[in-house]
Write a protein that binds this ligand. Structure first.
Ligand code: ADP
Ligand code: ASP
Ligand code: MG
Length: 445
C-alpha cells in the first residue's frame, strides 16, 4: 500500500506547521512519497515564499546586485528560522548564494521560472532531512514539453531510469511545482502547481491513494471566504472535481486531476490542522449518492468575464455562422469559455485575461458578421452549480432561478452543459458573493 502525500504551502508555512506534517507522515508507514510546496502565508497579511521569489525576478531585469533587494534576506531568514526550529543544520545562505549565481546566468524568462521553483526546492531539502527520507529533485524525472505541459512518456522513462519505485521503499521527498524541459531548463507549472506534481508522482508510482493536505477539511461546498461555515463534500467524482476547480474552487489546481483520473487513483483532500477529519474523497464513481435533502455537490464561480451577445433573425438556418465567428476568435488568438446559443442568438463568454488587449474584438465581429444586434457586457461573474444527481432529480435549475429571483438578483446568462451535471449562470460581479450565498442556502438546510 502506497500513499502519496502532498502538503500545500499553508501546511508548511513555518517550523511548527512542518512538525505537524512530520507527525502526520510518521503516523502511517504507507506515506512514503511526499510532495511539498514552498512555505505559504503564516497569517493573512504575510507573503508566500513563491511571491517573494517572483518579486526578486521582477527586479532582476534592472539591477545587477540581487543582494541589494530586501527580498533575498526575507527569504533566507524565513528558511533559516524553519531550519532552526526543526533542529537541523543546513547552510541556507550557501544554497541561496548558488541559486543567485545561476540566476545571473539565465535569460529573464528562464530566470523567473527557475527562481519561482526554488521555494519548493529548499523546502523539500529541509523536510527530507527532518524526516530522514531521500530528497529526489523533480528535475531528475518530471519532464515538461515545449508548451510547459507534463510529458507523460519521458517522465515515466526517467522515473524508471533513476529507480524511483525502489527508492520509495525507504521514503522520498519531491519538491512540487516544477520539472525540466527538453533543453534541461527548470520550468514551472501554473500557480498552485504542486498539486499537479502530487498527481504526477501518484501516477508514476501507481499509488493506491493521492492525499492532498491543505488548510481546510477537504473541498467545501463553496468558497469559505463567501460562506465561512460551508460544509465539506464527503465524496464526489473526478468530473465534479474538475468542474468545481476549473470554475474557481482553488483548493486544488484544476489540471491536477488528469494524471490520477487516468489510472483511477482516488484523491483524498485532507486538513493538516485537523488530521482526524476524513476530508473529501474523489473517485471515478461515487457511491455516496446525494439525496433529495441536498441534491447538489458544490458551487464555484469566478468574476470578470466579458460576454459578447449577438442576435440575427433566422440565425439557426444560416450555415457557417458559428464557424465564421470562431474563425475571427481564432485569428485574434482569443479562447472562449462558453458559447450558449438559442434559435436566433449567440453569446460568447470570454475570461477577463483573454479579453485584455482585444478590446476591438466586438467591433470586428459586428463588422464582419453584421448581426441585427450586438451587445457587449463586462464585469460578469459565472457561477457553476455542480452535481452528479442533477440528471436524476428534477427541478434543480428551477430552484436556482427561483431563489435568485426572490433575492432580486438578475440572471444575465444561463448555460447547462450537455452532461447535465452542471448549471452555469452569469450575474454582475457586484452580485457574485450574494448569489453564491443564496444558492448555497437554497440547497443546504
Ligand atoms: P495549499 O497551500 O494547501 O495548496 P491553497 O491556498 O492552494 O492551499 O488552497 C486552500 C484554500 O482554497 C483555502 O484556504 C480556501 O480559502 C480556498 N478555497 C476556495 N474554494 C474552496 C473550497 N470549495 N473548498 C476549500 N477551500 C477553498
Ligand atoms: N508555491 C507555488 C504557488 O504558490 C505552487 C503551489 O503552492 O502549489 O503557486
Ligand atoms: Mg494550492
Amino acid at each position: 500500500m502506497l500513499r502519496v502525500a502532498k502538503f500545500g504551502g499553508t501546511s508548511l508555512a513555518n517550523g511548527a506547521q512542518i512538525k505537524k506534517v512530520i507527525g502526520i507522515i510518521k503516523k502511517d508507514p504507507c506515506r512514503r512519497a511526499i510532495v511539498v510546496s514552498a512555505p505559504g502565508k503564516r497569517h493573512p497579511r504575510d507573503q508566500k515564499i513563491t511571491d517573494l521569489l517572483l518579486r526578486i525576478s521582477d527586479h532582476n531585469h534592472t539591477r545587477n546586485d540581487l543582494h541589494e533587494i530586501g527580498y533575498v534576506d526575507m527569504i533566507t531568514v524565513r528558511f533559516e528560522e524553519i531550519v532552526k526550529e526543526l533542529g537541523l543544520e543546513i547552510d541556507i545562505k550557501q544554497i541561496f548564494g548558488d541559486i543567485l549565481e545561476k540566476v545571473s546566468k539565465l535569460g529573464p524568462l528562464l530566470a523567473r521560472e527557475y527562481l519561482a521553483s526554488r521555494g519548493e526546492y529548499l523546502n523539500a531539502i529541509i523536510i527530507a532531512k527532518a524526516l530522514g527520507f531521500e530528497f529526489i529533485d523533480a528535475d531528475e524525472f518530471i519532464h515538461l514539453d515545449e508548451k510547459g505541459r507534463y510529458d507523460q512518456k519521458r517522465t515515466a522513462n526517467a522515473a524508471q531510469k533513476i529507480g524511483l519505485v525502489e527508492k520509495v521503499e525507504k521514503g522520498i521527498v519531491v519538491p512540487g511545482f516544477y520539472g525540466i524541459d527538453a533543453q534541461e531548463n527548470i520550468r514551472t507549472f501554473p500557480r498552485g502547481g504542486s498539486d499537479i506534481t502530487g498527481a504526477i508522482v501518484s501516477a508514476v508510482l501507481h499509488a493506491d491513494m493521492y492525499e492532498n493536505w491543505t488548510d481546510k477539511p477537504g473541498v467545501l461546498m463553496t468558497d469559505p471566504s463567501i460562506v465561512p461555515d460551508a460544509r465539506t463534500i464527503s465524496q464526489m467524482n473526478y468530473s465534479e472535481l474538475r468542474e468545481l476547480t476549473y470554475m474557481g474552487a482553488n483548493v486544488f489546481q484544476d489540471e491536477a486531476v488528469f494524471p490520477v483520473r487516468e489510472l483511477d487513483i482516488p484523491i483524498n483532500v485532507r486538513d493538516t490542522n485537523n488530521p482526524g477529519h476524513p476530508g473529501t474523497l474523489i473517485v471515478a464513481k461515487s457511491n455516496d449518492e446525494p439525496n433529495n435533502l441536498c441534491p447538489i455537490t458544490g458551487i464555484a464561480g469566478r468574476k470578470n468575464f466579458t460576454v459578447i451577445s449577438m442576435s440575427r433573425a433566422l440565425m439557426n438556418q444560416e450555415i457557417g455562422f458559428v464557424r465564421r465567428v470562431c474563425s475571427i476568435m481564432e485569428e485574434e488568438g482569443v479562447s472562449f469559455e462558453h458559447m450558449p446559443t438559442s434559435i436566433d442568438s449567440l453569446s460568447i463568454i470570454i475570461s477577463g485575461d483573454q479579453f485584455a488587449g482585444k478590446e476591438t474584438l466586438p467591433s470586428r465581429i459586428d463588422q464582419e458578421m453584421r448581426p441585427d444586434g450586438l451587445v457587449t457586457q463586462h464585469g460578469i461573474s459565472l457561477i457553476c452549480v455542480v452535481g452528479r444527481a442533477m440528471v436524476h432529480i428534477p427541478g434543480i435549475a428551477g430552484r436556482v432561478f427561483g431563489a435568485l429571483g426572490q433575492a432580486k438578483i438578475n440572471v444575465k446568462i444561463i448555460n447547462q452543459g450537455s452532461s447535465e451535471t452542471n448549471i452555469i449562470i452569469g450575474v454582475s460581479d457586484s452580485d457574485f458573493e450574494n448569489a453564491t450565498r443564496v444558492i448555497y442556502n437554497e440547497f443546504v438546510v
